[in-house]
Design a protein. Structure first.
Length: 159
């Protein structure tokens, strides 16, 4: 069987990119953990790791600076489509993001883009509802000081 290939699908701008250089560290029915370098040079960070929570619709990424210090946690609300025949996972970014900085500051981002996507017919009302429920799940964990549940996969792998 072909090794698993992961694609990132964006709604705005519309694109699908094969994450060909991502290294899969762990994969099971619940999570996929990858390590990666940025696709394009960035000013604040150079590499990181991501955990795709397949049953939660959340992708949590740990962004590192060049010196391996933590830049921030970046959480994407996503949808997954797995093609067993091709052994591919397409991860659709549903636009809503949560950024957690090491000092405790939190930002919820791109809700305006989510609304634009709905207005332009780029997502269905059902997918919008799904996105908002997943965002609520993530924010509930953070507000209840339970984000460590999503960090445990990284800690277990020494990432």
């Amino acid at each position: 069987m072909e090794p698993l290939k992961i694609y990132r699908k964006r709604i705005i701008p519309q694109e699908i990119v094969l994450l060909k250089d991502d290294v899969i560290v762990k994969a099971d029915d619940d999570i996929i953990v990858t390590k990666w370098n940025t696709l394009k040079p960035k000013t604040g960070f150079s590499h990181g790791c991501s955990c795709y929570y397949l049953k939660k619709g959340v992708k949590v990424s740990k962004f590192y600076r060049e010196d391996n210090s933590l830049h921030y946690w970046y959480c994407d609300i996503v949808d997954y489509e797995f093609d067993r025949e091709k052994n591919t996972l397409t991860v659709t970014d549903l636009l809503a993001d949560v950024i957690l900085h090491p000092g405790g500051e939190m930002q919820v981002a791109d809700l305006d883009e989510l609304a634009d996507a709905l207005d332009k017919g780029l997502i269905t009302p059902g997918l919008m509802s799904c996105c908002l429920r997943r965002l609520h799940y993530l924010l509930s964990l953070i507000y209840r000081d339970k984000f460590d549940r999503l960090q445990s996969a990284f800690n277990d792998l020494g990432l």
